[in-house]
Design a protein around this ligand. Structure first.
Ligand SMILES: *Cc1c(COP(=O)(O)O)cnc(C)c1O
Length: 452
């Protein structure tokens, strides 16, 4: 009989009933009863506010360089950041569909529009490449930390970086960020792409001079191949999406920036004005890093919830069973096949799952059909272009409002809920080619018409 960690599926379901929903690919949610106050749980992460401040300072040191080599960032002084926008029409559609009354306001964090690579990976991915480049450049005496880093745009600096390699495994967007940034600095970059990676992402990387290695297998295998390639070459830095503090810290910097943006928009966040943040989750580094930053900034006033496709609920499964990276969705017969390519991950990061488990309020799953319907609505009603993965956070508001038991447990009263801000992290999409996006939107509109 087939067993998973010594137990049959029936045995697992008896102990962890939600597994039945996951295996049946039904949309489901789980709010973790073991969450802890930020003051306690932040101490269990192994990284600190000082680490995030260091990452933030590094991004500021590199800003003059970024502004010089990516002119689209010059207006923002070389700081790579996106906006926050209210999406009232999308909110009404979601709540009407769920038959729920309002409870706060829905906003989007538009990382789809982040410059350079058009996704949340422009945070963590670019930070890690800059961290590595800075370390090499300082060691070699190519720059000093108090110098203008725009000097790194010189031919001499590019020639220096050209003697070093950077490798990564990716479903697409991380590869884009790492590849574009590495190639710009002059590194030799190789990106190991899983089978689900889009052709346009591979084409774009090759056009930037990046070596793209295509694999017929999924994300976990692509990462493994990248890790193996890097291990055989001491001049090669491997960006480990499953286990990288520098990626994680680059994502975490988002929180201090968001705090300033919400304040500027007149949105309060405190005990009387809770903030719910819905983060699409693949391996977990992006949403985990952002959530870590948010908990440092907003403490117990922020509630972070991860969203995954019904076909790839790896983080939910890992945290819920306590098996973390010792289990994959495939172990339970779930196929990890989804059009949400950034989220097509079968095995979660053990580092993120363990470090963050008491800081993440909950997890839910979304079908691909729902992602496409929301994609069409976001496009037609709010005028934003998102890729399928980036919609996963949007139904989160309805999942939370539809669960009074969870709200009661975390102590959010109806009056506080009326003051709440719900922020769906829109993780990618502005770089999707027009013809490809038109196909996504058409698919969504057909699904909407069929369900009307
Ligand atoms: C990578 C990605 C995510 C999730 O980030 P992980 O670090 O893999 O959890 C979400 N959305 C998009 C568009 C992505 O590219």
């Amino acid at each position: 009989m087939k067993t998973i960690h010594g137990r049959t599926i029936e045995d697992w379901v008896a102990r962890h009933p939600l597994i039945e929903e996951l295996v049946a690919l039904r949309e489901t949610r789980w709010f973790n009863p073991a969450i802890a106050p930020a003051a306690t749980a932040l101490g269990e992460v192994g990284l600190s506010a000082a680490d995030v401040a260091e990452a933030s300072a590094r991004l500021r040191r590199f800003a003059p360089y970024i502004a010089r080599v990516f002119p689209e960032t010059a207006a923002a002084g070389g700081i790579i950041e996106s906006g926050v926008v209210p999406v009232p029409k999308l909110q009404r559609r979601i709540l009407d569909e769920a038959g729920l009354p309002a409870g706060g306001a829905l906003w989007l964090k538009t990382d789809n529009a982040l410059p350079i690579s058009g996704s949340i990976k422009a945070r963590g991915g670019i930070h890690e490449v800059l961290w590595h480049a800075e370390r090499l450049a300082l060691q070699a005496g190519l720059i000093r930390a108090d110098e203008d880093y725009a000097a790194l745009a010189s031919d001499a600096a590019r020639a220096f970086f050209g003697r070093h390699r950077i490798a990564v495994g990716s479903t697409g967007n991380l590869g884009l960020s790492i590849g574009i940034m590495s190639a710009k600095l002059g590194f030799q970059a190789s990106v190991h792409m899983s089978a689900d990676a889009r052709q346009w992402k591979k084409d774009r990387l090759r056009a930037s001079g990046v070596t793209v290695v295509e694999h017929a297998s999924d994300y976990t295998v692509a990462v493994e191949q990248g890790r193996r390639e890097a291990a055989s070459d001491p001049a090669c830095h491997f960006v480990d999406d499953e286990n990288s503090p520098q990626l994680f810290l680059g994502y975490a910097v988002a929180a201090e920036r968001l705090a300033g943006q919400l304040q500027a928009a007149g949105v309060r966040v405190d005990a009387e004005h809770p903030l719910f943040v819905y983060l699409p989750c693949g391996v977990g580094g992006g949403p985990g890093g952002v959530a870590f930053g948010l908990k440092l900034v907003f403490g117990d006033a922020v509630h972070c919830i991860f969203a995954e496709p019904t076909h790839s609920p790896c983080m939910l499964l890992g945290v819920y069973t306590g098996l973390h990276d010792q289990v994959s969705v495939q172990d339970f017969g779930i196929d990890n096949l989804t059009a949400a390519d950034g989220l097509a991950v079968g095995r979660p990061s053990g580092f993120v799952g363990k470090a963050m488990q008491r800081l993440i309020d909950g997890y839910y799953t979304v079908t691909d059909e729902a992602l496409f319907r929301l994609l069409a609505l976001a496009c037609d009603e709010e005028g934003v272009q998102l890729e399928p993965s980036a919609l996963a956070g949007v139904p989160g508001m309805a999942r939370v409002l539809g669960d009074p038991a969870y709200l009661e447990r975390i102590g959010v009263t109806p009056a506080q809920l009326a003051n709440a801000t719900h922020l769906a992290w829109a993780t990618g999409g502005s770089m999707v080619p027009p013809a490809e996006f038109a196909g996504y939107a058409d698919r969504g509109r057909r699904l909407l018409a069929a369900s009307a």
